[in-house]
Write a protein that binds this ligand. Structure first.
Ligand code: AMP
Length: 284
């Protein structure tokens, strides 16, 4: 496995790989890797001839009051995990090289960035689309692998790559969960023992929704109410939003439709968690 720090070296390497017709799979991450990330990496290794993973805690997607400084980091462990899997390249740029002092260019997707996560974190998605646009220009992958865990982000990035004609395929992979259903997340490390139990509030509410929909409930506001009731069973959890959307474009829906996303966010102690499920036509 080769570690690359420099943007120029990464671009040169990508050009060389492309010239020899290698199919480049790319998994962008902020590090502190868990099985959710590693599942994306394994999938890329299986389906592409070369796999590039980036590790970069992107300052542009954190608001000043958020956890940029404390975001968990363990580069040594991450590199070991990736080496063991057989990753070809790890791109680990320095923040100063990605965002020079005079940096002025941002990429924004409109409208769908204003709901759900975008409402809670108004500057977040501009940071995400900007960094991913930069990474796509640097790594030049054929396929980018993203997690359903951040479904709104994945839908936004699919829109950005479509509309800006990035020559890349976006592949969205299912959420990896702990045995009890908690979605894996680098931020789970913040949770103490009691909070870890309370964190199940998110998956429980989503399971409640799934059951209600299976039993025929179609009215989104009614399903939301049942989910809120489920939340009340976890006193330490503070629900931020529940959002029902069409998975093709993240537009809000009022009644159950096929391929509908149910996304939610909650605070457990000081940790902000998100999760979602996609209701497929078959499970209706
Ligand atoms: P992050 O390091 O949090 O920026 O995540 C990097 C990538 O891993 C994103 O595409 C995430 O959606 C994805 N990811 C994070 N957690 C999970 C998970 N539990 N299951 C699947 N993918 C995940």
């Amino acid at each position: 496995m080769k570690r690359i720090y420099s943007i120029k070296t990464m671009q040169k390497t990508a050009r060389r790989l492309k010239a020899s017709e290698k199919k480049i799979g790319f998994v962008p991450t902020m590090g502190y890797l868990h099985d959710g990330h590693l599942g994306l990496v394994r999938y890329s290794l299986q389906h592409c001839s070369v796999t590039v993973v980036s590790i970069f805690v992107n300052p542009a997607q954190f608001a000043p009051n958020e956890d940029l400084k404390n975001y968990p980091r363990d580069m040594k462990r991450d590199l070991k995990l990736l080496r063991e899997l057989g990753v070809d390249y790890v791109f680990t740029p320095e923040p100063d090289s990605m965002y020079t002092k005079s940096f002025k260019t941002y990429v924004s997707v409109e409208k769908i960035t204003g709901s759900a996560e975008g409402k809670s974190r108004p500057t977040h998605f501009r940071g995400v689309t900007t960094i991913v646009a930069k990474l796509l220009n640097i790594v030049q992958p054929d396929v980018i692998f993203l997690g359903q865990k951040d479904i709104q982000q994945a839908i936004i990035l699919r829109k950005m790559t479509d509309e800006l004609n990035f020559p890349v395929k976006v592949s969205i992979r299912p959420t990896a969960r702990e045995k009890d259903g908690l979605a894996m997340s680098s931020r789970n490390v913040y949770l103490n023992k009691g909070e870890r139990e309370t964190a199940l509030s998110l998956y429980s509410a989503l399971t409640t929704a799934k059951i209600e929909i299976k039993s025929g409930l179609k009215d989104v506001s009614k399903i939301k109410n049942r989910m809120k009731k489920s939340f009340e069973k976890f006193p330490g959890a503070e629900l931020e939003y529940i959002y029902f959307a069409d998975s093709s474009d993240f537009s809000p829906v009022k009644r159950v439709i096929p391929d509908m996303v149910i996304a939610l966010a909650a605070k457990v102690g000081r940790t902000r968690l998100i999760d979602n499920i996609i209701i497929s036509p078959r499970s209706k």
